[in-house]
Design a protein around this ligand. Sequence first.
Ligand code: PLP
Length: 409
Amino acid sequence: MSQQPVYYFDNNATTRVAPEVVDAMLPFLRDHYGNPSSFYKFGSQTGRQVEEARAKVAALLNADPKEILFTSCGTESNNAALHSALVTHPGKRHILTTAVEHSAIINHGKFLQKQGCEVTFLPVDADGSLDLHLLDKSIRPDTALVSVMWANNETGVVFPVEEIAAICHSKNVLFHTDATQVPGKIRMDVKALDADLLTLSAHKLHAPKGIGLLYVKRRAKFQPYLLGGHQERGRRAGTENVAAIVAFGRAAELALANFQDENTRVRALRDRLEKAILAGIPNTIRNGAQEPRLPNTSNIAFDFVEAESILLLLDQIGVCASSGSACTTGSLEPSHVLTAMGISPARARGCIRFSLGIYNTGEEVDYLLQHLPPIIKKLREISPAGSHPPAAAAHPPSHARTASPRTTH
Ligand code: PLP
């Protein structure tokens, strides 16, 4: 493992596990390894810890603990939501979603299309915003579910999910929201929101990877995605990942405690970074609406350069960031989110997402601002695209041509 200092600006991809979270989960890896479904105390006491964690994540959402079911990740929760809506409404074969969802919705939607379902991917405008009138008109009598993310992982653009839930319920249609990027950044209250289903993933809020949840509103019909044992009150089979669930509970407490920091200090760092880049580096532009937007996310187009080249040079100085969408990094496909916003493929290939978090400092932002302008200048000087308008800058760097596709964050 590299000993180089890390300047981490990729918190929408994943987050550092908080030391408090590590402390909370370690005893369940080391000592308390009993199966929560066991009869004896050594097992059943871990079951009590699972329930305590459930109460903590429920508090983050203002949900009832019984409405929370733990899953293995955000992807599973998203898949489970779509699956359940279709199975519990056998006469309905239409899903309404957006063109800018995470691949866990988009690719599941494409799979469902191959299975004979109809899936509508609503467009967005240049700001990344949805036309709610169009959404309203696109709900059909056979729509089983509307699934719209709460905040976009690439641009940070926030959708008006309360209004969308109200539109869905006025037509008696279930509403699911992928809220994976939201905890700690926007106050979450499922009672006010009135979603039927909601996805979270723990590794976006300083807990480990491989644990997520699906909120299922009380009395909503639900069909499990994983069948087997009776864990999670029969709604998600598989022995509980106790240590990770305990970690998720502790991380939920911290997300509530750090909410103010994320919305003041982190927001100010993000704004300072963004303003300095846009003012100091020519031919740069922010992608997506300025507001409403997650307080930590900034997605910037650097015209006449390839994002992969920027990321490579940033990596050499220890800076971690992402191109518009990591799912397409290396596959030479521009981000589906940015292209849905009408951004040309050439410009979309030069976009970088900086996503900050509670562990970022002003010194780290200074470091990035010191090194980024010369990197862009150097790349523009050597790039064949550097002397051309963005439309001509479609040639990937040679290292990108051989890279293998990665996954969306
Ligand atoms: N939804 C969104 C908006 C995300 O950003 C991510 C993270 O990559 C996911 C879903 C998938 O979550 P997970 O990595 O836990 O499967």
